[in-house]
Design a protein around this ligand. Sequence first.
Ligand SMILES: [Zn+2]
Length: 184
Amino acid sequence: MIKTLDSILNLIFPKSCEFCSRQIQNPYRFCDFCLNNIDYTPTYNKDSSNMTEKILFGKIPIEFGYSLFYFEEQKISQAMIHSLKYKSNKRIGLLLGKKIGKGLLRVPIIDTVDLIIPVPIHHKRKFIRGYNQSEVIAKGMSEILNIKIEQNFIKKIQTTKAKLSYLQKIGFIIIKTFLIAVIK
Ligand SMILES: [Zn+2]
């Protein structure tokens, strides 16, 4: 009986890192070693911002861009996104949102941002996953940046299907009166 309870608890709060199997002491399902070894972009500076903006230039209207880390297949970055999208790991999404928020705290343009807008996902997918990962990340950002989240804005604005599907692929947007940033 204790063994069964232990395995159920382990399913809810796994004791080993999803990426490297080390024992973990935090609720994120990834060990501190892995979390500290993500290939984070440099603390906000013009170069790191330009890199994100270059990727998005011409695809959507953008004033400012920022990415938290470099995405690499088979690495911790992929494992984390996979865990957030397919393994109901909301906590890692919140943590990533907080890290993005901290990364943006000292960026001057953030002072002019009114809302954080997660890109909606199809209601069927939301039902299966139990949440929209963009909303979870937005919540973490909102806590640090103290900017309100507006969930329904995208439904209210005219967005072409192609543009919306591109936005869904890359994550979510921060907007002022118009799009100002896209965050991976
Ligand atoms: Zn690990």
